[in-house]
Design a protein around this ligand. Structure first.
Ligand SMILES: Cc1cc2nc3c(=O)[nH]c(=O)nc-3n(C[C@H](O)[C@H](O)[C@H](O)COP(=O)(O)O)c2cc1C
Length: 212
């Protein structure tokens, strides 16, 4: 099949695009408003963009009334955000944090998660997450949407926390032990429970230093 995205003439019950850009890592973004209220929300239009120094992005549509989502507003107004890794063990709390929209409610407290201080930014970290990226806001790029804009927020990762129990004796991040989840289409998710390796032939089967 082929469909024209300006017409969305796919004839399917749901637009399939989100189901075709998968799996998407879920950036579980914590921020603080300019009034000091914490906020936590999941964004699956999230990814790492560069390696050294590391940059990340998350992309948010407008709210129904045309206003910006709190995570965008807070990151822009305070210049900081934290990315918490989403895992199997906190999947229900992660989903719950997407429903709470009142700016005066701190989702981290409301969902019974444990808030811990960050090292160099104000937003708290989710203690239950195995990995946290402390980020400084870089810029927002607006993409035109059929209804309003998508706000793509870029941030530089200035510090990374990894719980020691998820680093093997060989110094490798134990991604299977973390039980990372990622977004598929519709209401579906996937769990990272299997990996395989492909060696770089130029290095005769050894991992290159930059990717190790
Ligand atoms: C797994 C998951 C992924 C999501 N990804 C996005 C996304 O990439 N962009 C977006 O605008 N909303 C996304 N949402 C919806 C937001 O989390 C939701 O609109 C939330 O209320 C935004 O909160 P905020 O206004 O506090 O930032 C996602 C929801 C879930 C459950």
């Amino acid at each position: 099949m082929y469909y024209d995205t300006s017409k969305n003439d796919h004839g399917l019950p749901y637009n399939p695009f989100k189901a075709l850009t998968v799996p998407r890592p879920i950036g579980w973004i914590s921020t603080v408003s300019k009034n000091g209220i914490g906020n936590l929300s999941p964004y699956s239009y999230f990814n790492g963009l560069s390696y050294d120094p590391p940059f990340v992005m998350f992309s948010a549509g407008n709210r129904a009334d045309g206003s910006k989502k709190d995570s965008v507003l807070n990151a822009e107004e305070t210049g900081e955000f934290v990315v918490n890794m989403s895992t199997w063990d906190t999947r229900h709390q992660m989903n719950d944090t997407s429903w709470i929209m009142e700016p005066d409610i701190d989702e981290l407290e409301k969902t019974g998660l444990t808030a811990i201080d960050s090292t160099n930014v104000k937003p708290k970290r989710v203690a239950e997450s195995p990995v946290h990226f402390e980020c400084k806001y870089h810029q927002t790029v607006q993409l035109p949407g059929k209804e309003g804009f998508h706000h793509v927020v870029f941030g530089q990762v200035i510090g990374i926390h990894i719980k020691d129990e998820f680093i093997t004796d060989d110094g490798i991040v134990d991604i299977l032990k973390m039980k990372v989840i990622a977004r598929l289409g519709y209401n579906d998710y996937t769990l990272v429970e299997k990996t395989f390796s492909i060696m770089d032939f130029k290095d005769k089967g050894k991992m290159t230093k930059s990717w190790r």
